[in-house]
Design a protein around this ligand. Sequence first.
Ligand code: DC
Length: 211
Amino acid sequence: MIVAIDGPAGAGKSTVARALATRLGFRYLDTGAMYRALTWLALERGVGFDDGSALGALAEASPITFDADHVSIDGQDVTEAIRRPDIDRVVSSVARHREVREVMRDRQRELAEQGDAVIEGRDIGTVVCPHADVKVYLVADSAERARRRVAERPEIGAEALATDLRLRDERDAAQMQPAADAQTIDTTELDIEGVVDSIERLVRERASATK
Ligand code: DC
């Protein structure tokens, strides 16, 4: 079974998807980490963020692997490096290229085909796994999303983080449409357990409906 969890930055996707995967005994796949890893490598190699074909070729040539909580690209562990604020600021510029998205889409589909998984991203329910068994689109109001980011990146000022988030939303807008059959959950006033409980209910309903 595939559970797709999409939505903007700060809506709670990672925390919820991780907790849900643990509860269900499913794999957890963070597709944002794949775009971040490619962005890290492009910075290392000096590949321009406007050059879609060079970025696509770099993506094609650079396998990304997940091992427990670690992500590596081209054999280098980038788990911590990809959470840097300089990556936050430019990842959308890399992710917007068709050439990059095609490589990522195919890799993500291959990973999805390996069995039960909770997959988080922006376009999982629409593009990567349009036949996902359960599709959820998480949202939260922008002040709450900025507040959550401040907790994750305490070294950066609240105002700068709110601006970064707004700019990233604008750049990611093309990828951020909920699937027509996704269940939208507003997490602004919900705690993690509550959100995970509701998605788990959807998964159980779906599992018994398809038995
Ligand atoms: O979820 P995140 O913040 O780690 O994602 C990083 C960036 O990657 C985000 O700004 C948009 C992009 N992304 C995407 O375009 N498609 C996905 N499926 C996942 C992430």
